[in-house]
Design a protein around this ligand. Structure first.
Ligand code: FES
Length: 571
């Protein structure tokens, strides 16, 4: 490859004062000039942070990537971007996904980087980094941090999905406060992201299914030495990708997006997948809409028996053959010729995969569960759509009519849910407003509201719940999410009143509020926005520009990309 084709030559290849400055301030790091002059410069975009515990091992992974880059004749440069720790960031990490994507986009474009490796792990770190990189579109390869090893407590395997169960058991006095605390360290006992098919694992699978990572990226545990091997091999490969000019847009085609949707269905991936994949498609310029998720996952059964849709953990998936073995089972329906970062097709990457345990990875003919994927329901309550994950729901509730019990916002829910006087029974439908993109703001993961204590005590384990918010990928239940338009902008959801009748029919893809158009018009005329609009700062920018859930909740001005050119580039 001609040296001048490298972007980095616009910095290090310059003559005169500019070149002097660009090179001198690399040499002050003790780097000999032949390390970076004329070689592909590989950025390692690192979301390491002690405030993102799932990504706290990323310095080790970055070192492995650097080894690989150097071995292949490239020059690695590691740089930080804002990191989003799902467990610690308030009010919700999703509020900052778009902000991080801006950080990533501008950091890549503004610097002498020819190719970039994205180190992602905890939920939002993956979509935010991929979105930002798409808007630049240089050769890009993704490495996920890998799942934790499964936890063990009192002789049982445990993972993040058990947090919801422990909470209920604690409320009912079935486990003590001391046991509750003891379980914390037993569950989160190694480095890595959540050990079940939560959003982080679904995102790791998404990048592998899109072709953005080397095979097996999705499931090698964080603590397994092979995660470092994958990182080193990725470091070698990104240098080759720069030479081949294998940019993101050559990999992210309509076919690769359809593959990702089908694979997400087969593994019981998170509902958050919908919102993030839509946003990524918007950045790279591939036409994708919310109905595609239903269309392409409709006939895909659940192949992977992993929590929360099944019983097992991500490490079990790896030991049973990993994602390539799942994809191979789907070879009759997948786009096998979709190209991936290693230059091979998806079909080639999965051809040699084997299934070692049929209890973990089933066949298309005899699946673990016949229904999976994402169902998109529409109706007067969600004209632009809402989503539900059938594999994590109660089959009996997928068609259900009930009386609405309405919570105006999350504070109202917390204040009244355990009030013994609350007029609610097992057939009621719980409705939560104002937790959408603009309303919360940031579309919090509160859609799988805990049931009232008095019903839990009666043995009720699931109820239909509807909101404009999201649900943790580790959560479960008959939960209708992402209602669009959201309540905070006056969607029909804002007009629901206590006692209204709602019918959910997931089989026929409908969600209907049994209130006449005339009555809704009267309510709409009287409706007033109740949620606070922030007057300044990033949150103001977000609330002003964030789009609705059915479009991916990106900001309107971030759609598409600006490429890798820098308009004014001299000092
Ligand atoms: Fe980071 Fe679950 S909290 S992946």
């Amino acid at each position: 490859m001609q040296e001048q084709k490298l972007r980095s030559r616009n910095w290090f290849g310059r003559k005169g004062r500019d070149g002097f400055i660009y090179r001198a301030w690399m040499k002050n790091q003790g780097i000999p000039p032949d390390m970076f002059e004329g070689k592909p410069v590989i950025g390692i975009c690192n979301t390491w942070s002690e405030l993102t515990p799932c990504n706290a091992h990323f310095r080790d992974l970055a070192e492995a990537v650097k080894k690989g880059v150097l071995e292949a004749g490239g020059f690695p440069v590691e740089f930080p971007v804002m990191s989003l720790g799902e467990t610690l960031i308030k009010p919700t990490a999703m509020l900052y996904r778009n902000l991080v994507s801006m950080d990533v986009e501008e950091s890549i474009r503004a610097n002498p980087i020819d190719g970039v490796v994205l180190l992602c792990g905890c939920d939002k770190t993956t979509p935010s980094l991929v979105m930002g990189a798409c808007s630049v579109n240089i050769p890009t390869l993704v490495i996920s941090g890998g799942p934790m090893l499964k936890g063990h407590w009192k002789g049982k395997d445990i993972g993040t999905s058990d947090v919801w169960r422990f909470d209920v058991a604690h409320k009912l006095g079935q486990i003590s406060a001391a046991e509750f605390v003891e379980a914390e360290a037993c569950m989160a006992r190694t480095q890595g992201h959540c050990a079940v098919m939560g959003t982080a694992s679904a995102m790791a699978a998404m990048v592998e299914a899109l072709g953005l990572s080397l095979p097996n990226n999705a499931s090698i545990p964080a603590a397994d030495a092979r995660r470092k091997v994958l990182s080193q091999l990725s470091g070698r490969r990104i240098v080759e990708m720069v030479k081949e000019e294998l940019t993101l847009s050559k990999i992210l085609t309509r076919d690769s997006f359809e593959n990702a949707i089908m694979v997400n269905a087969a593994i019981g991936g998170s509902t958050n997948f919908v919102i993030h994949l839509l946003a990524i498609a918007g950045r790279i310029g591939v036409e994708l809409n919310i109905d595609d998720f239903d269309k392409y996952s409709q006939n895909i059964p659940l192949l992977a028996n992993i929590q929360p849709s099944g019983e097992n953990y991500m490490e079990d998936l790896y030991y049973s053959g990993g994602l390539p073995a799942v994809i191979k089972e789907m070879k009759a329906i997948i786009h096998n010729d979709a190209i991936t970062v290693n230059g091979k097709t998806m079909g080639e990457n999965c051809a040699a995969a084997e299934v070692y345990d049929r209890k973990i990875i089933s066949t298309m003919e005899q699946p673990f569960k016949p229904e999976s994927g994402i169902v998109v329901v529409k109706g007067n309550l969600a004209p632009n759509g809402a989503v539900i994950k059938p594999s994590a729901a109660s089959a009996a509730l997928l068609k259900h009519t009930g009386k609405a019990v309405v919570f105006e916002n999350i504070e109202d829910y917390h204040a009244r849910i355990d009030n013994p006087e609350l007029d609610i029974d097992a057939n009621s439908i719980m409705v939560l407003k104002n937790v959408g993109p603009k309303g919360y703001p940031g579309m919090a993961e509160v859609g799988n509201m805990a049931l009232p204590k008095k019903l839990l005590e009666q043995g009720v384990t699931d109820m239909v719940r509807i909101s404009d918010g999201r649900m943790s990928g580790t959560g479960f239940g008959t939960v209708v999410l992402h209602v669009s338009p959201e309540a905070a902008i006056g969607g029909t959801l804002a007009l629901v009143q206590n006692g209204d009748i709602i019918t959910l029919d997931a089989h026929n893809r409908t969600l209907h509020l049994e209130v006449s158009d005339e009555v809704l018009a009267v309510r709409k005329a009287a409706w007033k926005q109740t949620e606070k609009m922030h007057p300044r700062g990033y949150v103001h920018l977000y609330q002003t520009h964030v789009e609705q859930a059915h479009l991916g909740a990106d900001m309107d001005f971030l759609k598409g990309g600006s490429g890798s050119e820098v308009a004014r580039d001299s000092h």
